[in-house]
Design a protein around this ligand. Sequence first.
Ligand SMILES: Nc1nc2c(ncn2[C@@H]2O[C@H](COP(=O)(O)OP(=O)(O)O)[C@@H](O)[C@H]2O)c(=O)[nH]1
Ligand SMILES: [Mg+2]
Length: 353
Amino acid sequence: MKIGLCGFPASGKSTVFNALSAQGVPTGIPTPPQGDRHVAAVPVPDLRLVKLRDIYQPKKFTLSQVEFTDFPGIPLEETKGKGELMADVRAMDALVLVLRGFESDLVAEEIDPVGELASLKAEFLLADMAMIEKRIERLEASTKKPTKTQDRDKKELAVLLRCQAQVESEQSLSEMKLDSTEEEMTRGFRFLTQKPLVAVLNIEDDAARPDLVAKIGAEVAVVELMNAKIEEEISQLDEEERTAFLADFGIEEPARGRILRAIYEASGLHSFFTVGEDEVRAWAIHQQDHAVTAASKIHSDIARGFIRAEVVGYEDFMTAGDMKTVKANGQARLEGKEYTVRDGDIINFRFSV
Ligand SMILES: Nc1nc2c(ncn2[C@@H]2O[C@H](COP(=O)(O)OP(=O)(O)O)[C@@H](O)[C@H]2O)c(=O)[nH]1
Ligand SMILES: [Mg+2]
């Protein structure tokens, strides 16, 4: 899963990126739209998996991973490289909008994270609008001539005209009801206003802003960071130092876990686990995914040769303490392909190929 850090210049994107990845990329430096994008694979913390590791003592322990990209700031005006920047952002599966809630000498504007969110959303609407218009023009020309794809093109034109009306009324495409064919027809555009969003509000320490959090939270999921610079420092510490540092600053949970949880929620994702002496591992899937889709995440052969999923709920497992007891308690279920996987399910797939 690819997640983009977006926002206006000097909102703290690279600082948040460092807090997430411990990469230590330069901060406080203006980056032009065509400037470097920083990329990092980041493990998704999950305490439940740590507890399973402690029980199984496996050879390998694998958390889910996501990939974060730290983008240059989005310029308000039409400048060189902006089109390319928006195209790169379009390749992401979800976006973290980093909003500035701290005083900065690097920018002329007053603190206005609510305004920043509105402006970013407006930028996304404009970019989608431009894309839709271009495609509509083409389709209007092509559907006049009898071609092999005429029927499909007409359908696509119809759905794009609806999309156009939606963005022109300043509504995100994610709020539009699309049937499965329409969904499939629009998926390839990777529209910005269809992406799951999480806002990160970067503020000074000791000055929580519940008022701003409430305003932003009315529109998108929001994570408030008490000084992202401190979070950046935390990411550089080892486990022991970190615990002490967190306590000193009264931080209950570091930024990475909070941000990733919000992203999972906004994206409709959750986790299932596989356990054993070889490996204890977490897998991300969509909340409505069935057992056979879960199987396909591990290997296409397991999905193809799917017989049954042996499922134990995480809580049941922890209460029982081990697999043998869970089974003796009758809490291991045999489920079919269509079973909707629940968050925290421990699954053993039976399959034959
Ligand atoms: N006071 C304060 N400064 C911050 C915070 N986050 C970032 N900064 C500083 O703001 C400046 C711009 O941050 P940077 O991450 O480079 O912003 P970017 O342009 O969005 O990547 C840097 O000097 C950071 O150290 C914060 O939460 N509080
Ligand atoms: Mg930066």
